[in-house]
Design a protein around this ligand. Structure first.
Ligand code: FO1
Length: 310
């Protein structure tokens, strides 16, 4: 069994590669729910949906999030009514949020609803939310104002400096059923190339997850989402800098050193392999930019241990 810690688009691409190179029944993804939000009374789980849609091959190929062949009738009608549309919910995507919210209202857990949605969408492999308890990423902006994660990420387009990130509810939150068993029983654990602060951070904020990962450190392979000092997508590089870390593979190595024995970095960072190893991790240098399904499969084969490490 391979178990991956996953955020959104970068994780989804790697997981799509992984289920092409190993038996999907051998793949479990534990997915960040710190980005979850309630909009128009609907529970939206962006990272769970991004991974589920991608693995079911129904994701929007341009944005990476949302559904393919989407229509926007509800958004347009809502706009005409003067409703809030800064967070774009397509018609097909709305069906997912309606279903999830309805089932949660009936007393189902997020894990149960996720399993139901995955079965109906035809998602290969197993997706687990990191927790059924609410954990919410909160972002304190320079100046002191604290906003919800999606306010920072989408409404403010992450074009604002950040002073602190915290994970509300993480202290008392339990990992979802099956998460610890999966982490304990995995042959290999993979930290996907997701934002270390706001995508992997919420998972590590669950004490039992952090402890289990640290105990399995020798079997944990992380992939750096930072390539040549920059994030391929999103604000990971800026967030790292603003929060006092180095926006480089070395900064990522420092953050993951307690949990991962190996860091996979892109060829563009070849010259930093020694500095990564000085942080106590082995460094594997391969192409990590998943610009095509073939490249995602090649990276997946490396993290799955199918290729001898160069
Ligand atoms: N990201 C955007 O930049 N703009 C949006 O309007 C937006 C809508 C949206 C709707 C559903 C969904 O599942 C994801 C959506 N995202 C949007 C992406 C989301 O904010 C991010 O993927 C994550 O939360 C960060 O991983």
């Amino acid at each position: 069994m391979l178990v991956a810690l996953a955020g959104g688009v970068g994780a989804a691409r790697l997981l799509a590669g992984l289920i092409d190179v190993v038996d999907p029944a051998q793949v479990t993804a534990v997915v960040n729910t710190g980005d979850d939000t309630v909009l128009h009374g609907l529970h939206v789980s962006p990272d769970l949906d991004t991974v589920a849609y991608t693995l079911a091959k129904v994701a929007n190929p341009v944005t990476g999030w949302g559904r393919d062949g989407e229509t926007w009738a509800v958004k347009e009608a809502l706009e005409a009514l003067g409703g809030e549309t800064w967070f774009a919910l397509g018609d097909k995507d709305l069906a997912t949020h309606l279903y999830r919210t309805g089932r949660l209202g009936q007393g189902a857990t997020l894990s149960q609803v996720t399993a139901e949605l995955c079965a109906r969408l035809g998602v290969p492999g197993r997706l687990l939310p990191m927790s059924d308890d609410p954990v919410r990423t909160k972002v304190r902006l320079v100046g002191g104002r604290e906003v919800d994660f999606q306010d920072y990420f989408v409404r403010l387009r992450h074009q604002v400096a950040v002073e602190e990130v915290r994970f509300e509810g993480a202290e008392g939150a339990r990992p979802a059923p099956g998460v610890l068993e999966a982490l304990q029983g995995a042959e290999r654990l993979i930290v996907c190339p997701s934002n270390p602060v706001v995508s992997i951070g919420p998972l590590l904020a669950l004490e039992a997850v952090a402890e289990t990962l640290a105990a399995r450190r020798d079997d944990v392979v992380a992939v750096s989402p930072i390539v040549a000092g920059a994030a391929l997508k999103g604000p990971a590089d800026r967030l790292l800098r603003e929060l006092g870390h180095e926006a480089s593979v070395v900064g990522v190595a420092r953050l993951y050193a307690p949990y991962a024995a190996t860091l996979v970095v892109d060829e563009a960072d070849d010259h930093l392999a020694g500095a990564v190893e000085a942080e106590g991790l082995s460094c594997v240098v391969v192409p990590t930019v998943m610009s095509s399904p073939e490249r995602a499969r090649a990276l997946a084969a490396v993290v799955a241990g199918l290729h001898p490490v160069p």
